[in-house]
Design a protein around this ligand. Structure first.
Ligand SMILES: Nc1ncnc2c1ncn2[C@@H]1O[C@H](COP(=O)(O)OP(=O)(O)OP(=O)(O)O)[C@@H](O)[C@H]1O
Ligand SMILES: [Mg+2]
Length: 279
């Protein structure tokens, strides 16, 4: 009897573990969120949950509130409503090293800035606990790993100001990645980048999502990239509409909620042929 009970307890705990393994944990929970800028509500009533391993494309017209929403999630802008990061209310959340962010304006800095690519990426390893001490061997090894992941090894010793816009953007993503985050938030990281570079970039981000299990939120105006490569889409134009990207998703029904009634996006699964498959 005792044994049966024990066996049953073991079975139950295994089932529980399996369930825990298959049900991804929420990384970001947002409920009834309003965010204002200069007194005007820019994002209103946003409610959505992002789970571990999601690869989320954030789309929507200019001025729709994408950056504003991200800033609220990062605690940079005050907001009304509820935001939970890794299960903790944003006001109590302290483990910001789990979250990496690349701003839409990251690459706009003084081109004379006297740092090499490797040194700049190394700054990503600076945390509250190690401020002021030199980086250690393991830090530099993480830097080299991040440079490799972003195809930047050959540019490691180039001065940051001498790189092209697309190369600089990859450097800032590497600087975010070197923190070994669980959640990466990228605001238009490939704006103005050529098609081949963009393709390689999305491939790299998809690898990070698939192989390292990093949850990714990425703002993009490239709707084909979002629908071909990502697992979820969030359309932001003051309201926020969120959907799983599945073969039966009505793309236009969702997009019209953000871009307006007359918006029409031609998309067929075969638009994705030749690009790497969706996770
Ligand atoms: N610093 C600011 N002060 C006041 N209003 C702002 C500020 N930044 C943005 N806004 C306003 O908030 C609204 C949303 O801007 P936001 O930058 O969030 O849009 P977005 O969706 O990221 O646009 P884009 O695609 O152009 O990056 C816009 O009306 C914008 O003018
Ligand atoms: Mg923006």
């Amino acid at each position: 009897m005792g044994n049966t009970k024990e066996a049953s307890a073991v079975r139950m705990s295994r089932i529980k573990r399996k369930e825990e393994a298959t049900v991804p944990a929420p990384v970001l929970e947002v409920r009834d969120l309003d965010v204002s800028r200069s007194g005007d509500i820019v994002v209103k009533g946003a409610t959505f949950t992002i789970n571990e391993g999601d690869f989320v494309g954030i789309v929507g017209p200019n001025g729709g509130g994408k950056t504003t929403l991200l800033h609220a999630i990062l605690g940079i802008l005050p907001s009304k409503g509820r935001i939970r990061l890794f299960g903790e209310g944003i006001n109590r959340f302290r483990r910001w090293e789990r979250v990496a962010y690349v701003s839409q304006h990251a690459i706009n800095f003084d081109p004379q800035f006297p740092l090499s690519v490797r040194e700049l990426v190394g700054l990503g390893r600076v945390r509250r606990g190690n401020l002021g001490r030199p980086l250690r061997k393991e830090d530099w090894s993480a830097v080299d790993d991040a440079l490799g992941a972003m195809d930047l090894t050959e540019l490691a010793y180039r001065r940051i100001g001498n790189l092209s816009g697309g190369e600089k953007q990859r450097v800032f993503v590497a600087k975010a990645l070197v923190r070994d985050p669980d959640l990466m938030i990228l605001d238009e990281p490939v704006a103005g980048v050529d098609a081949t570079t963009m393709e390689r970039f999305y491939q790299r981000i998809s690898d990070l999502n698939q192989e390292r299990g990093i949850t990714v939120l990425i703002v993009s105006h490239d709707l084909t990239a979002v629908f071909c490569r990502m697992s979820k889409v969030m359309c932001v134009n003051h309201d926020v509409h969120y959907a799983n990207i599945t073969p039966d998703l009505d793309h236009n029904e969702l997009l019209r909620k953000g871009y307006g009634e007359h918006f029409h996006f031609v998309f067929h699964e075969h638009s994705c042929e030749g690009v790497f498959p969706r996770p």
